[in-house]
Design a protein around this ligand. Structure first.
Ligand SMILES: Cc1cc2nc3c(=O)[nH]c(=O)nc-3n(C[C@H](O)[C@H](O)[C@H](O)COP(=O)(O)O)c2cc1C
Length: 310
């Protein structure tokens, strides 16, 4: 399956800037789209609801003024604990957001809404079972979140997962997990993915809404400095060990968290260090991240690496 028509001639590299809780704000999304790669953000980053209205108005207007800009998308968390889903859906429809990334729950309720105004739905999956359910729900694309990804990473190898999904799906396949360079993006397309989905690499950019200490920790860390654990949010996610140590945890001996059994999409309202805010997430691709450039410079470099990879 080639790229969706929405992206044809409108992207400069087969990459989507993945949505990241707390990190993806309009500055990052706009910079990504202006550099020619679709940017996204979780709607829950815009709080309260009026802020989402303002962000969508600003992003839509700014990108409409740049004929070369790539389209943008929003991430809607479908889990029942997301009490804002109905309102965020209304605003998504109001602004006709070009594409929607659904995660943590069935995409089915969103497909009709988004197709109704001509948008696309891409759904995050970590297993074949969930991929099949999303296909049955009529999604346009599947995001295969593989082992080593930042945030709630999966367990499957990208080689295994992509091959099995391609056998059952002729829609757009978006591959995620531990990619940081143009060569990685090229490798994803050689493997048969239509688009690569990069999160962590964009945390270490000037436009990302992240503390300097977080960006610097990504630059100074490597894969061995990450731990994949359900300890903090009830679902396995990759965290930077130095951020856990700074919060008083022993990252190599976390044990079982008596309070960590249920999924909390935004870290919940527990006291103490908060996942995402204080306990920083990053994927295994951090060993290839050595600087904190602007998004424009990063995408320009990735294009060169992509071309040089053959
Ligand atoms: C700090 C951080 C926050 C994330 N928050 C979200 C989120 O709110 N919603 C979502 O669908 N994915 C989220 N993700 C996952 C990304 O969208 C994407 O799948 C992942 O970053 C890809 O792997 P990579 O980080 O190795 O490039 C997050 C990832 C990171 C690193």
């Amino acid at each position: 399956m080639p790229l969706p028509d929405l992206f044809r001639d409108r992207i400069s590299l087969p990459v989507i800037g993945a949505p990241m809780f707390l990190v993806s704000h309009p500055e990052l999304v706009i910079a990504q789209c202006k550099a020619g790669i679709p940017g996204t953000f979780p709607t829950l980053n815009a709080r309260p609801l009026e802020v989402l209205d303002e962000w969508l108005a600003r992003i839509t207007k700014t990108l409409a003024e740049d004929p070369k800009a790539a389209p943008f998308g929003v991430n809607l968390v479908m889990h029942k604990s997301n009490t804002r889903l109905a309102e965020d859906t209304e605003l998504t429809i109001k602004y006709k957001v070009p594409f929607v990334v659904t995660s943590v729950g069935s995409p089915a309720p969103m497909v009709e809404h988004v197709h109704g105004y001509g948008g696309l739905v891409f759904h995050d999956v970590t297993t074949i079972k969930h991929a099949q359910k999303a296909i049955d729900a009529g999604v346009d694309g599947l995001i295969l979140v593989c082992t080593g990804a930042g945030g709630h990473a999966g367990f499957l190898s990208p080689f295994a997962f992509l091959h099995e999904v391609r056998k059952i799906f002729d829609g757009t396949i978006i591959l995620a997990g531990a990619m940081s360079t143009g060569r990685h993006i090229k490798a994803a397309t050689v493997m048969g993915a239509d688009i690569a989905y990069l999160g962590t690499r964009f945390i270490a950019t000037t436009e990302a809404h992240a503390a300097d200490a977080y960006k610097n920790m990504i630059v100074s860390s490597a894969a061995a400095d990450t731990v994949h654990t359900p300890y903090f949010s009830g679902v396995p996610a990759n965290y930077l060990k130095p951020s856990l140590a700074a919060a008083g945890y022993d990252p190599d001996n976390l044990g079982i968290n008596p309070d960590g059994g249920s999924l909390s999409i935004d870290g919940g309202d527990k006291s103490g260090p908060q996942p995402w805010k204080d306990l920083w997430s990053a994927g295994q691709g951090i060993g290839a991240i050595e600087d904190i450039p602007t998004v424009a410079d990063l995408v320009a470099r990735m294009k060169e690496e992509y071309a040089a990879a053959g």
